[in-house]
Design a protein around this ligand. Structure first.
Ligand SMILES: [Zn+2]
Length: 251
């Protein structure tokens, strides 16, 4: 039996059900995504899944096609992270500038994290429910609407990251996803890693995300990520911009 489109609640489905890559393929040179933290896994267990194997018919053609702008933004971010890692390892005498900086559209990125968290939850839920007790393939309508309207969520919902990052990383060409549950044990968000950066997307408006980073600033609607905090060393800046001073007005 064909699954229904997870954006069915918008009432705008068109076309046949189509295969959506659960984790956009354009983000990686490699072939795997690592998932951990699902209820069917042991604590600390990681499972590696091939990107090619994780497409699922969970969106109609219209809604699938509408998401491609977000895939593009996330792919750009992924490529830039790799570029920064490469440039930071260069000697100072090279022709490269000391500060490398690039801007990304925060709202587009947030929608990508939201739809990816939905995709993976539908595919791996094994009976778990959304924070509002809906079945996995019926994500909350306000979240779905915000994705297709390209609207950022209001605090405490939304996109978070760890602002300061150390200077030693392995460049892993993999992605990771760990689901997060609210205080009732219901699905309410995820930590999603793109190469060496970690982001957190949170859906439950009744409580803050349950995980904070002990060593660095944890913030809503991230605006600025600096790689390599050492002042004498080359820096890479990732600037995430938001519409109409969104980040300022929603803390
Ligand atoms: Zn649809």
């Amino acid at each position: 039996m064909a699954r229904k489109c997870w954006a069915y609640s918008t009432g705008k489905c068109e076309g046949k059900m189509s295969g959506e890559h659960l984790f956009s393929k354009g983000l990686f040179d490699g072939k795997n995504v690592i998932v951990s933290g699902f209820m069917w896994q042991e604590t600390g267990e990681e499972k590696t899944i091939g990107l090619d194997s994780i497409t699922a018919k969970i969106l109609c053609s219209h809604h699938n096609n509408s998401l491609s702008v977000y895939d593009t933004e996330a792919s750009k971010l992924s490529r830039y992270i790799k570029e920064i890692e490469f440039l930071l390892q260069k000697k100072e005498s090279t022709v490269y500038k000391k500060v490398i900086k690039k801007e990304f559209a925060g709202s587009n990125l947030e929608q990508w994290f939201k739809k990816t968290a939905i995709n993976i939850f539908i595919n791996n839920n094994k009976g778990a429910l959304w924070y509002n007790e809906a079945l996995a393939d019926c994500p909350p309508a306000d979240i779905v609407t915000s994705i297709f309207d390209n609207t950022p969520l209001l605090y405490p919902k939304g996109l978070y990251t760890w602002q300061k990052l150390g200077d030693k990383y392995d460049i892993k060409d993999t992605a990771g996803l760990m689901p997060l549950y609210n205080n009732k044990g219901l699905y309410a968000g995820a930590i999603i890693n793109i190469k060496t950066l970690s982001f957190l997307i949170w859906f439950d408006g009744d409580q803050e995300p349950p995980i904070k980073s002990p060593s660095s600033v944890y913030r809503h609607s991230p605006g600025f990520i600096i790689k390599n905090p050492d002042p004498d060393k080359r820096k890479g800046h990732i600037v995430i911009t938001w519409p109409n001073d969104w980040a300022k007005s929603n803390h």
